[in-house]
Design a protein around this ligand. Structure first.
Ligand SMILES: Cc1cc2nc3c(=O)[nH]c(=O)nc-3n(C[C@H](O)[C@H](O)[C@H](O)COP(=O)(O)O)c2cc1C
Length: 191
C-alpha cells in the first residue's frame, strides 16, 4: 500500500444518488491501484455554519467542537483532497459550502502551511447535459478558494445529464470513467 492518502469529501444530500455511485466507482479504482482512500460523507456529520467570529484568525482555534475537528485532522494528514458535489444553482451544495467555509481556519497565515502544497481533484455531478458550460461558475469558485490556501487542482471531472436520483444507472460509461480516473490518480501518485 502506497503512503499517499486520498480524502474524499462527499457533498451530496442524496444517499445512493448519482454522486454516491460515481464515488463508489472512483474509490474502487483508487483502491485497486494500492492507494489509501477515505470518504467523509458530509451529510452524516455535524458541521456547523461558520459564524465569522474569526477566532481561528486570532487564536488559531475554531469556535466549534464538532465533527469538523476530526475532519480538519484528516485533511491535514491527506495528500490529495477530492471535493465531490452535485451542482446546486451553479454552485456546490450547502453541505459542501459549509465544509469549505470551515476551511477558513487554514486561511490564517500561521495555519496555511498545514494545507499548502496539497493537491485537489474536483468531481461534479449535474442535471444539465452541457456540463462544461454549466460548471463554469463552480470551477472559478474552486480555483479561487484553493489558490488562496495554496492547494493545486489536478483536474475537474464533470458528469452531466444526471437529473434524477437513479439517472446514473443508464450511464455505465460514467461509472467506468470514474473508476478509470481513480486508477489513473492512484497510478500517478504511486509512481
Ligand atoms: C436544489 C437543486 C439545485 C440544482 N441546481 C442545478 C444547476 O444549477 N445545474 C444543474 O445542471 N443541475 C442542478 N441540479 C441537479 C443536480 O445537480 C443533479 O440532480 C445531481 O445529479 C444530483 O446529485 P445526487 O444524485 O448525488 O444528489 C440541482 C438540483 C437541486 C436539488
Amino acid at each position: 500500500m502506497s503512503k499517499t492518502r486520498i480524502l474524499v469529501m462527499n457533498g451530496s444530500t442524496r444517499e445512493n444518488g448519482n454522486t454516491d455511485a460515481i464515488l463508489k466507482s472512483f474509490m474502487k479504482g483508487v483502491t485497486e491501484s494500492g492507494i489509501n482512500v477515505r470518504e467523509a460523507v458530509l451529510r452524516d456529520l455535524t458541521i456547523n455554519n461558520c459564524i465569522g467570529c474569526c477566532k481561528c484568525k486570532r487564536e488559531k482555534k475554531c469556535n466549534f467542537q464538532d465533527d469538523m475537528s476530526e475532519l480538519r485532522d484528516m485533511v491535514m494528514k491527506s495528500d490529495i483532497l477530492v471535493f465531490a458535489s452535485p451542482i446546486y444553482w451553479c454552485e456546490v451544495t450547502g453541505l459542501m459550502k459549509t465544509f469549505i467555509d470551515r476551511l477558513y481556519f487554514f486561511h490564517h497565515e500561521e495555519n496555511k502551511h498545514l494545507v499548502s502544497g496539497k493537491k485537489a481533484l474536483i468531481i461534479t455531478t449535474l442535471g444539465e447535459k452541457e456540463a462544461e458550460y454549466e460548471s463554469r461558475v463552480l470551477i472559478e469558485f474552486y480555483r479561487r478558494f484553493t489558490r488562496s490556501l495554496g492547494i493545486e487542482i489536478l483536474d475537474f471531472l464533470s458528469y452531466g445529464g444526471l437529473m434524477e436520483k437513479d439517472a446514473i444507472t443508464s450511464r455505465p460509461e460514467f461509472l467506468k470513467a470514474a473508476e478509470d480516473a481513480g486508477k489513473k490518480l492512484g497510478g500517478a501518485t504511486s509512481a
